[in-house]
Design a protein around this ligand. Structure first.
Ligand code: UD1
Length: 421
């Protein structure tokens, strides 16, 4: 298993180019199952989760070909579905595999998708996906750990209200509703930019959807969808991660291919903490405003609130800020696995339920640590970049799931980082 070895303490300087958003590419690949015409995607990040999603749709009958020229161009074509099953070994490794459920049901009225089960950051059920599909007329049985869904007469429009917004359930139901008879209304829908990106793709394929980016989505079903070209939006979590890399090391980076407004609530919190963010053409520049970072409280919320996917990285930053910061996680249980690892590096953190009180220290110190999930892992990379001495991060396959060329991008702006097999 690969390890990352980082020698910290070097202020990062230079330019980082942001890749396409993993969390937008995954539903976009699933959406290609809705049509027998080609769907061409550009700016698809080269990360393991995308490769897993491509492997899954290939099993279902999609041919996926990389197109030369622009980076990350993929052509997906599914003349017919050869299988309707998302097997356990794929869903277990990547929960987003459940996103094929809606498209399969919509296109052929049948799907068999493994239940994802728990994961390191909590139980993460898919009940909202299933209840929504049932309201649209699907019959759903749970058999031997699989969701068996049927809609022999096709899906129909319905009014679906979520008790809390779910990104995945919103995406699954959106895709299912595009080919359902009649109108579907999703109330309390997720509003993440990745949902808006999926709506853009579906509309380019001929879907009729209103309300993208608001909490009410209205989808008027159509009888068929066609091919489309679509460019995946930039990865706001990756952009936020590199912004924090600049701030935590006391360096200055130019972030390319990601507009500043994409950072959303993280932008305000970074500013409050003493990070300067200046808009540039095609991106932004980031560094400390006056050399000192201040402790700032953060609570994760569904978009437009502070993203749970940036919580661990922000916590790493707060470890070296002046004063204290209370970081509260409200989206996932058990999303503090980075805490004991950061403490091994000298961070002062106390966890009470869903809140972590971080008391800033002058300096972190390198130590051997272990990566647990994607965002926790990258928070350890950030801490290591700022720490005195050498940090060895084990189990880094989590990073490869979601960060394109992480060590190459960091090395190019001055980090001493090495992957050791
Ligand atoms: C997506 C993102 C993930 C991000 C998360 C929250 C992708 C591929 N992944 O995950 O990176 O951290 O949004 O922004 O886009 N829930 C239920 N029942 C359901 C579905 C969800 O109770 O049927 C709960 C979850 O356990 C969680 C909350 O709702 O507590 C939000 O989860 P959700 O928005 O669905 O996250 P994902 O789509 O899995």
């Amino acid at each position: 298993m690969d390890r990352l070895v980082i020698t910290g303490g070097i202020p990062l300087r230079g330019t980082v180019r942001i890749s396409g958003a993993k969390n937008a590419a995954l539903p976009a690949i699933a959406a290609a199952l809705l049509t027998d015409e080609p769907v061409e995607l550009a700016n698809v990040p080269d990360v393991v989760d995308v490769a897993s999603m491509l492997r899954l749709v290939q099993r279902l009958g999609t041919s996926a070909t990389h197109i030369g020229g622009a980076p990350g161009r993929i052509r997906l074509l599914t003349p017919e579905l050869l299988s309707i099953e998302a097997p356990y070994d794929l869903v277990r490794r990547m929960r987003a595999s459940v996103l094929v459920l809606g498209p399969l049901l919509a296109r052929v009225g049948r799907a068999r998708v493994s239940l994802p089960g728990g994961c390191a950051i909590g139980p993460r059920p898919i009940d909202l996906h299933l209840k929504g599909l049932e309201r649209m007329g699907a019959q759903i049985d749970l058999v031997d750990g699989y969701v068996e869904a049927r809609a022999p007469d096709g899906l129909h429009g319905a009014e679906i209200e979520f008790p809390q917004p779910s990104v995945g359930a919103t995406e699954n139901l959106l895709m299912a509703a595009t080919l359902a008879r009649g109108t579907t209304r999703i109330v309390n829908a997720a509003r993440e930019p990745e949902i808006v990106d999926l709506v853009r793709l579906l509309c380019a394929m001929g879907a009729r959807i209103e309300g993208a980016g608001t909490s009410i989505l209205e989808i008027e079903g159509v009888s068929r969808l066609g091919g489309a070209h679509h460019t995946i939006l930039p990865d706001r979590i990756e952009a936020g991660t590199y912004a924090i890399a600049a701030a935590i090391t006391g360096g200055r980076l130019t972030i390319e291919q990601a507009p500043l407004e994409l950072l959303g609530a993280a932008r305000d919190k970074l500013c409050e903490a003493g990070v300067e963010l200046v808009e540039r053409e095609n991106g932004f520049e980031v560094g400390r405003a006056n050399g000192i970072l201040e402790g700032v409280d953060v609570m994760t919320r569904p978009y437009p609130g502070f993203a749970t996917d940036l919580q661990a990285q922000f916590m790493a930053l707060m470890c070296v800020a002046r004063g204290a910061a209370m970081i509260t996680e409200t989206i996932f249980e058990n999303r503090f696995m980075h805490v004991p690892e950061l403490m091994r590096m000298g961070a002062k953190i106390t966890v009470h339920g869903g809140s972590a009180l971080v008391r800033g220290v002058e300096r972190l110190k390198g130590a051997p640590v272990m990566a647990t999930d994607l965002r926790a892992s990258v928070s350890l990379v950030l801490a290591a970049l700022a720490a005195e001495g050498r940090t060895e991060i084990n189990r880094i396959y989590h990073l490869d799931r979601g960060y394109e060329a992480l060590e190459r991008k960091l090395a190019a702006v001055g980090a001493r980082i090495e992957r050791v097999p």
